[in-house]
Design a protein around this ligand. Structure first.
Ligand code: PLP
Length: 440
């Protein structure tokens, strides 16, 4: 499979290059040249297949031309060492629980897949090259919370790869922070005096800096990376399969709490492959850039606002470029398939309380946006599935206070909280970040 850039000014890349480079030379995002339709028999029998079997079929459509079948099988099965179940919340509203992985958020799926795919490529390279034992690969990742922990844990201990996690000082919950600042080994946490968009700018600038790139091999692991975002399609197919088994898969509406729009973009790719979802809802917090775009046809990025659902505090969602490209830049096509919703912190609080009172289901602030968008937007003949993108215990202080409960902390999270925090302080000036990397 070949990958082109959404900006159309960069050379076509193969999968290996698209994964290692992350962002194309023209700052565009890589898109697969073709999206294969999956055969009707697959959908006819999907409810009899396991999550891993479904995922392997989807992975094969994306990556089968570029990765050995056995290796791809291992990568998929190893990535999905945990389930992504569908759980009923009430009447016509179901949740796709994406928090059963090691760091309790959906980003585990993409991060674990990418780490294993990158390792596969590094091993291939080493087999071929008896020249210079190819340099260490450095993964740079900007995080507003959950990306950092998922990537750091996905890559922890993977030989030949060093990970730098950039996060905004004071804007990440202590529970999120401990999941990438306590790991040590090949993981370095960098605490940036700024907001998430500053962290993202530092990473983007690093990739564009010629001197830095000749000094060290850099790669991105943000949701822009094709190896991270495409595997997120796996669990949408699984959700469909599980809903079909319940006889509830006609008129399915998929609702995705969205920030950088990688997760929903993967769902849309799934739709292009034939996934029978009727329509999609992108649920936003107060960062309503996409919501406004749907209404006006104008995409106007703004500085991000800090909200309760902080992993969605994005003022210029990177993957918008992919959605725009996927639908031929047509506002009409985009708004026909996807609708939007936007919620203030007060709305989120109210939703979390109300949902708990009515159903006993504990929403985290991100999932709350998804749940509410279905509660507000579902038609009578529709069934909605929203992504619960993180475990409520990841936002324990907030959730306990809002709902008035004591959320139980899963042991895998408690283990992080016992660790020792270590991070490198950094300004938001690129020159400082560059100087630091040049010393490594
Ligand atoms: C990253 C994240 C989101 C937003 O996902 P995008 O792919 O950036 O749209 C939503 N909820 C949680 C908990 C997250 O970590």
């Amino acid at each position: 499979m070949k990958y082109y850039s959404t900006n159309k000014q960069a050379p076509i890349a193969d999968l290996h290059k698209a994964v290692v480079k992350g962002l194309a030379e023209d700052r565009g995002l890589y898109m697969p040249e073709r999206i294969k339709k999956l055969p009707q028999e697959f959908f006819d029998n999907i409810e009899k297949m396991s999550f891993q079997e479904i995922a392997y079929t989807v992975a094969n459509a994306f990556f089968g031309e570029d990765v050995d079948a056995d290796a791809l099988h291992d990568i998929v099965y190893d990535t999905l060492s945990f389930d992504c179940p569908v759980v009923k919340v009430k009447d016509n509203i179901y949740t796709l629980e994406l928090f059963h992985g090691p760091t309790l958020a959906f980003k585990d799926v993409g991060a674990r897949f990418m780490a294993r795919l990158l390792q596969y490529f590094i091993r291939q390279e080493r087999k071929g090259a008896n020249l210079n034992k190819s340099q260490e690969v450095n993964v740079l990742v900007a995080t507003s919370g959950d990306t950092g922990s998922a990537v750091a844990n996905g890559f922890l201990g993977v030989e030949g790869i060093h990970v730098y996690v950039l996060y905004p000082k004071g804007k990440v919950s202590p529970i999120q922070e401990c999941q990438f600042t306590t790991l040590g080994k090949n993981i370095t946490a960098i605490e940036v005096d700024g907001v998430f968009d500053d962290c993202q700018a530092l990473v983007k600038n690093a990739f564009m800096d010629a001197e830095l790139n000749s000094h060290m091999k850099l790669t991105s692991a943000n949701s822009i990376n094709v190896a991270r975002f495409l595997p997120q399609a796996f669990y949408y197919f699984n959700a469909y399969a599980r809903m079909k088994a319940l006889g509830k898969a006609d008129n399915l509406v998929m609702c995705v709490p969205s920030g950088n729009f990688g997760n929903i973009c993967a769902a849309l790719f799934g739709h292009e492959m034939g996934l029978p979802v009727k329509r999609f809802i992108a649920a936003n917090n107060a960062n309503d850039i996409f919501f406004k775009y749907l209404q006006t046809g104008k995409y106007e990025p703004k500085p991000s606002k800090q909200t309760l659902a902080n992993a969605m505090d994005v003022g210029d969602p990177s993957n918008f470029a992919r959605i725009y490209d996927l639908y031929g830049q047509s506002h009409e096509r985009i708004s026909a398939l996807i609708s939007g919703a936007t919620y203030s912190d007060d709305d989120i609080r109210q939703t979390m309380r109300q949902c708990y009172d009515e159903t006993q289901y504990i929403l985290d602030p991100h999932g709350a946006c998804g749940y509410q968008a279905l509660a507000d937007g579902l038609h009578e003949d529709e069934i909605g599935v929203f992504c619960e993108t993180a475990h409520p215990a990841k936002f324990k202080e907030k959730v306990d206070e809002i709902i008035g409960i004591d959320v139980e902390i899963p042991e895998r999270l408690a283990a992080f909280m016992r660790g020792q925090k270590q991070s490198v302080p950094m300004t938001k000036d690129f020159s400082d970040f560059k100087a630091y990397l040049m010393e490594q």
